[in-house]
Design a protein around this ligand. Sequence first.
Ligand SMILES: Cc1ncc(C[n+]2csc(CCOP(=O)(O)OP(=O)(O)O)c2C)c(N)n1
Length: 559
Amino acid sequence: MGLSRMTGAQFIAGMLKGYGLTHVFFVESILRQTLIELEQLGVRRILTHSEAAAAYMADGYARVSRRPGVCFAQSVGAANLAAALQDAFLGRSPVIAMTGRKPAVAQLRNAYQEIQHRPLFSAVTKYDADVDSILQLPHVLPQAFREATSGTPRPVHLEVEGFMGELLERAEGELEVIIEDRYRRCPSHRPHPEPEFLREASGMISRAARPVIVAGGGAVLSEAGDEVLELCEAMGIPVAYSLDGKGIIPEDHPAAVGVVGSYSSTCANRVVSGADLVIFVGCDTGDQVTYNWRIPRMGTTVIQIDADPTELGRNYPGTFGILGDPKVSLRGISGSLGRQDRRGEWMWRARTIVEEWRDERRPLTESDSVPIRVERLCQELTRKLPSNAVLVADTGFSGIWTGTSVLLTQRGQTYLRSAGSLGWGFPASLGAKCAVPDRPVIGFVGDGAFYYHLSELETAARWGINTVTVVNNNSALGQCLPLVEQAYGDRSGKPSDLMRFRNVDFTSIAKAMGCQGIRVERPEEIGPALDNALAADAPVVIDVVTDPRVQAPSPWLPE
Ligand SMILES: Cc1ncc(C[n+]2csc(CCOP(=O)(O)OP(=O)(O)O)c2C)c(N)n1
């Protein structure tokens, strides 16, 4: 190939296409020439109704495909875009964000729409470069892909000269588009652990009486499901997981004990609390998966396997850390295990704890009450979830409900969830569908979450992004309801001002925007609604009227 004369726009477009991008997400007035080039290359240009939605779509695209997702915004949109990268940062998602900036001569002198962007992006990116010369492009653009996909995947930001990036994209240079295949997806590298550490870990596992695996998003990223199962079955080790690790093994497997931590199943918290050895696999040990670092309790023996050395021992001092790709490391541990011990009694005990929790919840999951109980909605969703489905959950109760009450029993199913930003779920589900158009993508959102980006129903209809969105419509910020009432205590006033909405039928909004809508008010209507929505040739909103007083399960904590 070699060098050839091209514009900045041609180079950027060539790189994005070369790295496998099928879609980019943006609000107009940015990189126009690049978008024109991308059209020629067959990349779909998804115009959104806000920069936040563009970032969330790129994020959903990236998380489900483990390939970088790309979003653009013009100068004044940069702050909106940066705000929405928070979820990609927390969710460890390889999003590449590109924005425009007026040239240096316009900076710091009251230029229209212009503020400093670096502070906005510094907290939500791992790499942030200004691109003021076309000669930088062959360095910064490949580096953006390397940074986004290596180590802990996270967002990166490139700020391109010109408020629309136009100065750089019109410039010409002698350039060559070089694609490094390795950085087209995560994990870009699979670091191999030190053998003596694997032997030591195997010894610790053999000696433990009640070991538990807690698998996280890093294990999913590494596609370590088979290796987790192999270790758990060979050695009799129950498997809990973070929300990001949900689906790592089929949840109806006898060793699966559920999501542990604060957004959790009682059974998972009980089993992990009872362990004498906890093996964190690609799991961040943050406050959510450990319920404020109380499960496992400090002092418990911990092995942690992670591809990022800075995670090892971060929250449990004295951790036995193994630096390595989870899949490779687990293979190594299984390979160096001596005596196999099925730990019949411990496995039976873990299983009993799971059965107790499921039995306890059965009256709710099979409830016929109207308004519909969310437990029943989740049960129907479990039954109808296609074997290759992607389930995308918003934050708060939507994370708890889906995490605890929708079971992913098939290896081909994927679970994605908001890392905390209310409103992420719907646009993220659209981005996910763009990345995996042949898989059914189902969003699960509260009405409070859905309101954020309702306008993207029009985007879904315009581009035929045929997702199913299940709205848990309780006309309230349900998770906040009891908390606000509690905060009021005996004081007079109107708590409802803080968390109640009007009763709105989202199906009419969906239809007005060119989508389909199915209103569900009775439990027996849920199954048929899901069947019809999954078969539809359009984006569908299933608006499920539920009881705002029904609270998602609270986390269990030992005495
Ligand atoms: C950006 C943002 N703002 C506020 C919150 C706090 N928050 C978490 S859950 C929640 C209520 C969600 O309501 P809804 O989506 O209707 O779901 P429900 O609780 O009713 O199931 C709020 C306000 C948040 N997580 N993110």
